[in-house]
Design a protein around this ligand. Structure first.
Ligand code: SAH
Length: 215
């Protein structure tokens, strides 16, 4: 590739995100800053800024840039929040979040992916990301409540522990549906109730765990 990654990244932000309605300046800035190509295998770096998801090993994928941006924007982060992510994967989504809030807690069930993500967080000095190997459908009780929760794998329902660990007025985005296709749900906690809004159709890999799919 002749253009520098920075140039290609700016083009991604303009043509794939801004042109399609992503307007939160902080989200656009974070995605212009985080080096997405470092979160994929060397052989795939040249297509890291394409308008599509990318394989990251272990049959998992890193979402298309537009999906990352749309889900992040839905959380309405201002900089002071504690955010929980379920499904660290490559670490890219957590990296974007880390530029936009105070602290990111991220949970992954596949050890090799978590190890890879941690290496890149260190390399980029993204020290406000704390990660853990576990079944994320149980949340991460120790640091609850969270101002925002993002689930980057699709399950059959919204896991109860995640609703419980959401702060008052907290927001969660999560793909819910069957194994092949899901709807992105926006869940807001208001008192003892939750308000659920359905956003677009999406395709995520499976959320596997006690409150997800069985293996
Ligand atoms: N956010 C990631 C996307 C990774 S794909 C990124 O930016 O790259 C979804 C990830 O969710 C996979 O890595 C998968 O292993 C993980 N996952 C699935 N079920 C999980 C569970 N119950 N707890 C934690 N992680 C889970």
């Amino acid at each position: 590739m002749s253009d520098s990654f920075e140039t290609v990244r700016e083009r991604m932000v303009r043509d794939q995100l801004q042109a399609r309605g992503v307007s939160d300046q902080r989200v656009l800035q974070a995605m212009a800053e985080v080096p997405r190509h470092l979160f994929v295998d060397d052989a795939m770096q040249a297509c890291a800024y394409g308008d599509h998801p990318l394989p990251i090993g272990g049959d998992q994928t890193i979402s298309q840039p537009l999906v990352v941006a749309a889900m992040t924007e839905a959380l309405q982060l201002t900089g002071s929040e504690k955010v929980l992510e379920i499904g660290t994967g490559s670490g890219y989504q957590a990296a974007v979040l880390s530029r936009l809030c105070e602290k990111v807690y991220t949970v992954e069930r596949i050890n090799s992916l978590l190890a890879g993500a941690r290496k890149i967080f260190d390399r980029l000095h993204y020290y406000n990301i704390l990660s853990r190997l576990d079944d994320g459908t149980l949340g991460w009780q120790e640091h609850a409540p969270y101002d925002a929760i993002i689930v980057t794998a699709g399950g059959p329902e919204v896991p109860k522990p995640l609703v419980e660990q959401l702060a008052e007025n907290g927001r969660m985005v999560i793909p819910v549906g069957d194994r092949d296709v899901q709807e992105l749900q926006y869940v807001k906690k208001v008192g003892d109730d939750v308000e659920i809004e359905t956003l677009e159709s999406v395709r995520f890999v499976s959320l596997i765990g006690a409150h997800g799919w069985n293996g």
